[in-house]
Each structure stands twice: as structure tokens, then as C-alpha cells.
Write a protein that binds this ligand. Structure first.
Ligand code: DAH
Length: 359
């Protein structure tokens, strides 16, 4: 019996050690399979060693524990040997996998197409950052406005001739799509019950019933309003300084500004601001209608009636306001010669602006 057991041990260990270790691919797979077969052959339920245990019944009782412990010893040895070999083979397997999966870092990457921000939105964000840095609040306002806020509270009563300049989309007699962001001036004043100083801008969409080469029925504006106590003397000089910083920071310090007296019902005095044409540099071309200038802004000192109508005593408070078109500013900033490019949704056009902002 003992001889049989030692023969089994010898055979098993020999078979195991016959399996080569530094194999690859199919050979490696086969070796792992063979290893498993050896396990079944010797240690499995019907394996050789197990069958020795089964035959123990025929032995003398005093021999049984001796043979039993010998079988266990051999089983352990075979198991250890199997385990050792399996580890070596698994290591070879891992090595092969690592070699196969090395990455060629010199290969070009796969490009993911990225969208990019619309130039008008870029301009809005830049303007907001700029005014926040000067202590202004950025406030929202509704696009569906009432006649009261869009016109009446801005000193434009029903039947006022200046209403004709802003042909509107009325939804009902009272509601319309706002024609100007100026409507938020009245909202900001009424909301400020404590009458603390107001420094705000509001950018957003506006709508008018016009559609031609230089006008679109929907366009963007940004409004600005500063109100403070009279003794703080918010003056035309402050307005001029603010607008110079604003336009030059946004468009470039080489452009020139021209302040021209004008009329708006909600400011007195009122100014329009022209900027030297970006296309011809002021020499005169078809874009600036051969004047060298393009109008970009309306502004002025807030009209006493507007203060009164929105809860402020004009003897105690004063300030300035301005409003400008976002498309014009985007055209200036990026040198876009035709406003319609902004609405054509052509990715060849829209994709250029990440690069332009880096320049
Ligand atoms: N709301 C005016 C427009 O759409 C622009 C404007 C002019 C705004 C003068 C102002 C201002 O705040 O003071 O034509």
C-alpha cells in the first residue's frame, strides 16, 4: 500500500514538473488545462489517491491511521506543487496580456467634436464680468413684458410719437414681447424699496417688428442703470467714463468713441455713442455708410419723470442709464461684416470663436 502511494506521488509530481512554464497563447492555455486534468486525475472524487482511501476498509485497523495520514501528506504535497505551477502559469498569462495591451502613445487621438459658444453669448458673458468687476449687479427681466413697464413707466405714455420707433409684437392690449431691455430699469427701481444705490446691468433678448438686411425681429440688448443720492453727483462725466471703459475693454483700446446729443424719452440730456468703424478704421466704407462711424449705444441722465414714476424723488436722487445692441458689439469685437452670419447657424462660422478669443 505504501509503495502504491509513493508511486502515485512520484507520478503526480513528475507530471506536474513536466509542464513548461514560459509558454504563450494556445500552449499556455493547454498547459493550464493539463494542470487541471492532473488535479482531477489524482485528487478528484474518482482520482487515484481518493481510491486508495476507499480501499482502506481492507486494511488491519492499526494500519488505517498510518496509511490515512500518509495519504493526507501526499495530497498536501501534490496540492502545493499544483498551486506553485498554477501561479507560474498565471504569471506568464498576465505577462502576455500586458505585452499585448501596450499602448502606442504616438498614435493620433480620436477627436471629439465640441460645440462652441455663440459669439453673442460670449459678448454677454464678457460684459457681465466687466460690469461685475466695477461693482454692478447682473439682474434678469422678463421677455414677455407689459406695456406699463416697457413704455409707460419710461416716460412713453400711450400715443407718444417715440413709440413709433419701436414697432412691437403685442400679445394682448397689455402684454407684448419687450422691445427694449430698458423695461428692467423700472423693475429695478420699484423693487429697491430701501432706495439703496442701484448699479445694475441686464442682458437679454428683445423683439421688434422689423426684418431687413440690418435688422432682425429678435435681437439682443444690454441695459445699464446707476441711481444714487443727489449729493453723490452721478454725472455725465461718470457716464462717459463708464462707457469708454466698457467699449474699449470689450472691443479694443484703439477704437474711438463719439458722443452725440440725441433724444430718448427716458433720459435728459440724451446721447448716442458712435464707435469708429472696425472695417475701414474710420475712413468710410459701405458698412458705416461712408461716415467712418457706427452707432452702438443710447444713453443719458435718467429723466426726472422716470424717477418719479418709479418711486424716487428727483430732488433727492439721480443717475445715468445706457442701452446697447449685443449683435453690433459682437460684430465689432470679432470683425463680423454682416449681422446675418450671427443667425445663420453655420458651424464653419460659429467654430471660429474659441480661437479668436485666445488671440
Ligand atoms: N432702449 C433704447 C433703444 O432700444 C436704448 C437706450 C437709450 C437705453 C438710452 C437707455 C438709454 O438706457 O438711456 O433704442
Amino acid at each position: 500500500m505504501k509503495e502504491k502511494i509513493s508511486k502515485i506521488k512520484q507520478n503526480a509530481l513528475e507530471e506536474i514538473s513536466n509542464i513548461q512554464e514560459n509558454l504563450k497563447g494556445a500552449e499556455l492555455e493547454n498547459a493550464l488545462k493539463t494542470l487541471n486534468e492532473i488535479k482531477v486525475k489524482y485528487l478528484g472524487k474518482k482520482g487515484e489517491l481518493t481510491s486508495v482511501l476507499r480501499g482502506m476498509g481492507a486494511l488491519a485497523p492499526e494500519e488505517r491511521p498510518v496509511i490515512g495520514s500518509l495519504v493526507n501528506e501526499v495530497r498536501e504535497e501534490i496540492e502545493n506543487s499544483l498551486k506553485e505551477k498554477e501561479e507560474k502559469l498565471k504569471e506568464a498569462e498576465l505577462q502576455e496580456k500586458l505585452e499585448k495591451e501596450t499602448i502606442d502613445i504616438t498614435l493620433p487621438g480620436t477627436k471629439i467634436k465640441r460645440g462652441s459658444k455663440h459669439p453673442v453669448n460670449r459678448v454677454i458673458e464678457e460684459i457681465e464680468d466687466l460690469f461685475v468687476s466695477m461693482g454692478y449687479d447682473v439682474i434678469p427681466g422678463p421677455e414677455l413684458e407689459t406695456d406699463e413697464f416697457c413704455f409707460e413707466r419710461l416716460n412713453l405714455p400711450k400715443g407718444h410719437p417715440a413709440r413709433d420707433m419701436q414697432d412691437s409684437f403685442y400679445i394682448t392690449n397689455e402684454y407684448l414681447l419687450r422691445t427694449q431691455t430698458s423695461a428692467v430699469q423700472a423693475r429695478a427701481m420699484l423693487a429697491n424699496k430701501e432706495k439703496t444705490p442701484i448699479r445694475m446691468i441686464c442682458a437679454g433678448k428683445t423683439y421688434r417688428r422689423e426684418d431687413d438686411a440690418t435688422h432682425s425681429h429678435q435681437f439682443g440688448q444690454v441695459e445699464g442703470l446707476v441711481i444714487d443720492k443727489k449729493e453723490r453727483n452721478v454725472s455725465l462725466a461718470d457716464l462717459k467714463g463708464t462707457l469708454e471703459v466698457f467699449v474699449k475693454k470689450l472691443i479694443g483700446k484703439n477704437c474711438e468713441l463719439r458722443f452725440r446729443p440725441s433724444y430718448f424719452p427716458f433720459t435728459e440730456p440724451s446721447y448716442e455713442v458712435d464707435v469708429s468703424c472696425f472695417k475701414c478704421g474710420g475712413k468710410g466704407c459701405n458698412l458705416c455708410k461712408h461716415t467712418g462711424w457706427i452707432e452702438v449705444l443710447g444713453s443719458g441722465i435718467v429723466h426726472p419723470n422716470v424717477l418719479k414714476m418709479n418711486g424716487y424723488d428727483p430732488n433727492e436722487y439721480g443717475g445715468f442709464a445706457f442701452g446697447t445692441g449685443l449683435e453690433r458689439l459682437a460684430m465689432f469685437k470679432y470683425g463680423i461684416p454682416d449681422m446675418r452670419y450671427l443667425y445663420a447657424n453655420d458651424v464653419r462660422f460659429l467654430n471660429q470663436f474659441d480661437r479668436k478669443d485666445e488671440e
